[in-house]
Ligand binder design. Sequence first.
Ligand code: ACO
Ligand code: ZN
Length: 223
Amino acid sequence: KETKDQLIIDAGQKHFGATTCKSCGMIYTASNPEDEMQHLQHHHRFLEGIKYTGWKKERVVAEFWDGKIVLVLPHDPSYAIRKVEDVQELVDNELGFQQVVPSCPNKTKTFLFISDEKRVVGCLIAEPIKQAFRVLSEPTGPESPNSKECHRAWQCSDVPEPAVCGISRIWVFRLKRRKRIARRLVDTLRNCFMFGCFLSTNEIAFSDPTPDGKLFATKYCNT
Ligand code: ACO
Ligand code: ZN
């Protein structure tokens, strides 16, 4: 009798647990029809959004063993601009950002990391800025029960410091994280943002960082 019960429980766990889709990275419950529907919708939209077909005119600014970085500028052909808009929509969706219009859209530089599988797996959007406010310290520790809700409420200094380049978005596809893609995007940005000079980490600023963004930025700027 006991063996039979156990078998049923095991089968149930396998069926009811959370699944991570190996292509789109979404975590969902396979046994829940609503969740499955949501996954299917996300799956197609997402994979279509990050698909990179290759462009007649592309500005390759860095090449690696596992991909390349392409720079898109505001006056590029519409197929490039459209791809940037599609990717930004996916990113904003994931970050829960409202679609914000950049203050100076004709000075925005977008860096896309294209994987060998011809997918946009990383995106960095940068714009020129004049000043930034240094993040002072975390207002809530990780043990705080509501640290999630105030995760954007880092305390900032009220003394502006000169800066040159603001990173308004940085994103890496969930299944490709911790492979130094973000690091390579920022390195490339520092090299390409202003002609003929390599920006120091003091000259770049991350706008409104998420917890992931803050961990990355702290690590990046200290190494
Ligand atoms: N937790 C702890 N340390 C981290 C994390 C993390 N989640 N992410 C990066 N780091 C640190 C690590 O030390 C890492 O080096 P290691 O892997 O050798 O230990 C180092 O930063 C470099 O990390 P990368 O591999 O270059 O970073 P990755 O390609 O994974 O991208 C990113 C980081 C962009 C923050 C990614 O996690 C992401 O897309 N997150 C969701 C979107 C997001 O929150 N973006 C930031 C929004 S803020 C803004 O846009 C201004
Ligand atoms: Zn999927």
